[in-house]
Design a protein around this ligand. Structure first.
Ligand code: ATP
Ligand code: MG
Length: 394
C-alpha cells in the first residue's frame, strides 16, 4: 500500500464561493499548514476543490485528523489510500484496504460507491462500483455485500491522475477560514456564553481579540486565570490572540455611590461597551461581540439591549441572541469550554449585583443617572489599568 497516509479534506461552504474561491481555498490551505507546522514531512495541496494532506506513515494520523477537524472551513476529512486510475490497480488497492478494515474493525459486509470525476475514464460509475465490488469479494473471502446496511461503505473516487479509496468521514465544523472576515473584539467573561459567542464568530472567518473586565480585589486572581484558561481553549480554534484586561472597580464604585441601585447592572454594561469600543478602535477591530442572549437575565431584555446598544456606534454582534440556554450549553460542551466555564469563581458582574435590577430601563433615565458621573474621567482612569495577555493556541 501507500508509503504515506493521505487525507482528503473537504471544504464545505468554501466550495460554494464564486470568483473569490481561490482566495478562500488559499486561506484554508495556509491555516491547515499552520496548525500542522509542528510535523515534518507533511504536504498540503489543493486540487479540484479538495485539499489533500499527505503525511509520513511514522506520524500519528489520528492526531493530525483531530487537529485538522478544528480548522474552520473544513467540512469533513477522510483517510484515504491512493491508486493509479486503472481498474486492475484500483481493484488491488481496494482489496488491500478492505483486508486492513476487516482486521481493524471486524467488518463483515460492505458496499461500493463509485464516482468518476474524470469523465474520460473508460468505465462508468455504476460499473466501477460493480467491478470493484466483485474484486473485493474474491480478494476478501469473509466479506459479503449488503447494499442496505453495510458495515463499511467503500468510496472509490476516480480522478484523472489518481484514484482515492476511503471509507470513513470525520466531520469538521464547517464555517469559513479564519481571517476572511475582519476582526472583532469579544467581551469575554468567565461564563458559559461569551466563549461560545467568540467561537461562533470565528467560525465565520472572523479573527478575534478579547476584552475582560475584573474587579480586583473583589474578584480573585484565580478568576482571572479561569478566563485565561477559557481564552486558551478558544485559541485552539482561533489561533493566537490578545486579551485586554481592565479593572472596572472604580467605575462600579462610582455607580453604586451615585446612581439608583436597580440601574447598577445596566450602567456597568454601558461602561463596558464604551471601553470595549475604545479598545476595539485602537486595535482595528470592526465589531464588538458579546454572549448576550434575549431574555436570559435582566440586562438582556429587549429594552435593556436597546439601552446598551445606544452607547456605542460600533456594531455589536450577539451570535447567541436567539438560542436557548440548553443549546448554548451543548455547544460549550462540544467545543470544550463548558467544564472550565462552570468553575465557581466570581465574575465582576456579580460584584455589587442589585437585588431588583431594572428589566425595562428607559434611556432618558439612564442618561440622567450617568450625568451624575464623570464618565470620561472614570474611563480614562480605568484605562490606565489595562494589561495585555497574549493567548497562545499551543
Ligand atoms: P457569560 O456566560 O458569558 O458570562 P452571562 O450569561 O453571565 O454571560 P452577563 O454576565 O450578563 O451574562 O454578560 C453578558 C455578556 O457581557 C457576556 O456574555 C460577555 O460578553 C459580557 N461580559 C459580562 N461580564 C464580563 C466581563 N467581566 N468581562 C468582559 N465581558 C463581560
Ligand atoms: Mg457572565
Amino acid at each position: 500500500m501507500n508509503e504515506r497516509n493521505t487525507l482528503i479534506v473537504r471544504c464545505g461552504e468554501v466550495a460554494l464561493k464564486g470568483l473569490n474561491k481561490p482566495y478562500f481555498e488559499k486561506m484554508l490551505v495556509d491555516r491547515i499548514k499552520k496548525v500542522l507546522k509542528e510535523f515534518e514531512n507533511v504536504e498540503v495541496k489543493r486540487l479540484e476543490g479538495l485539499i489533500f494532506v499527505r503525511a509520513d506513515k511514522s506520524l500519528d494520523i489520528d492526531k493530525i485528523i483531530g487537529i485538522i477537524s478544528k480548522v474552520f472551513g473544513v467540512a469533513s476529512i477522510s483517510p484515504a489510500v491512493e491508486s493509479e486510475s486503472d481498474m486492475d490497480r484500483i481493484g488491488e488497492t481496494a482489496v488491500a484496504f478492505m483486508l486492513e478494515l476487516i482486521e481493524r474493525k471486524g467488518v463483515k459486509t460492505f458496499k461500493v460507491d463509485a464516482k468518476r470525476a474524470d469523465k474520460n475514464f473508460p468505465v462508468k460509475s455504476p460499473d466501477i462500483a460493480r467491478q470493484i465490488g466483485a474484486k473485493v469479494l474474491i480478494g476478501c473471502k469473509v466479506l459479503s455485500v449488503d447494499v442496505h446496511n453495510p458495515d463499511a461503505l467503500l468510496f472509490v473516487d476516480v480522478r484523472k491522475d489518481k484514484t482515492y479509496i476511503f471509507e470513513q468521514k470525520v466531520s469538521g465544523f464547517g464555517g469559513l477560514p479564519l481571517g476572511t472576515n475582519g476582526k472583532g473584539l469579544v467581551l469575554l467573561s468567565g461564563g458559559i456564553d461569551s466563549p461560545v459567542a467568540a467561537w461562533m464568530m470565528a467560525k465565520r472567518g472572523m479573527l478575534i481579540e478579547a476584552m475582560h473586565f475584573h474587579s480586583y480585589p473583589y474578584t480573585s486572581e484565580r478568576a482571572q486565570e479561569k478566563v485565561a484558561d477559557l481564552a486558551k481553549i478558544i485559541a485552539g480554534y482561533t489561533g493566537n490572540f490578545r486579551m485586554h484586561s481592565i479593572n472596572l472597580l472604580p467605575i462600579q464604585e462610582a455607580i453604586v455611590e451615585h446612581c439608583p441601585e436597580e440601574e447598577t447592572t445596566i450602567l456597568v454594561r454601558r461602561f463596558m461597551m464604551r471601553i470595549a469600543e475604545k479598545v476595539a478602535i485602537e486595535r482595528n477591530c470592526m465589531m464588538l461581540i458579546t454572549g448576550e442572549n434575549l431574555g436570559q437575565v435582566a440586562s438582556q431584555t429587549a429594552e435593556a439591549l436597546v439601552v446598551t446598544d445606544a452607547v456605542v456606534k460600533m456594531p455589536v454582534m450577539r451570535p447567541l441572541i436567539a438560542m436557548d440556554k440548553v443549546d448554548i450549553m451543548d455547544k460549550a460542551r462540544e467545543i470544550g469550554t463548558f467544564e472550565t466555564s462552570i468553575k465557581p469563581y466570581e465574575d465582576c458582574c456579580t460584584v455589587f449585583l442589585p437585588k431588583h435590577p431594572a428589566t425595562k430601563p428607559r434611556l432618558e433615565r439612564i442618561l440622567d443617572s450617568e450625568s451624575k458621573l464623570d464618565a470620561e474621567g472614570l474611563i480614562e482612569k480605568v484605562m490606565l489599568t489595562k494589561e495585555v495577555i497574549n493567548i497562545y493556541e499551543k
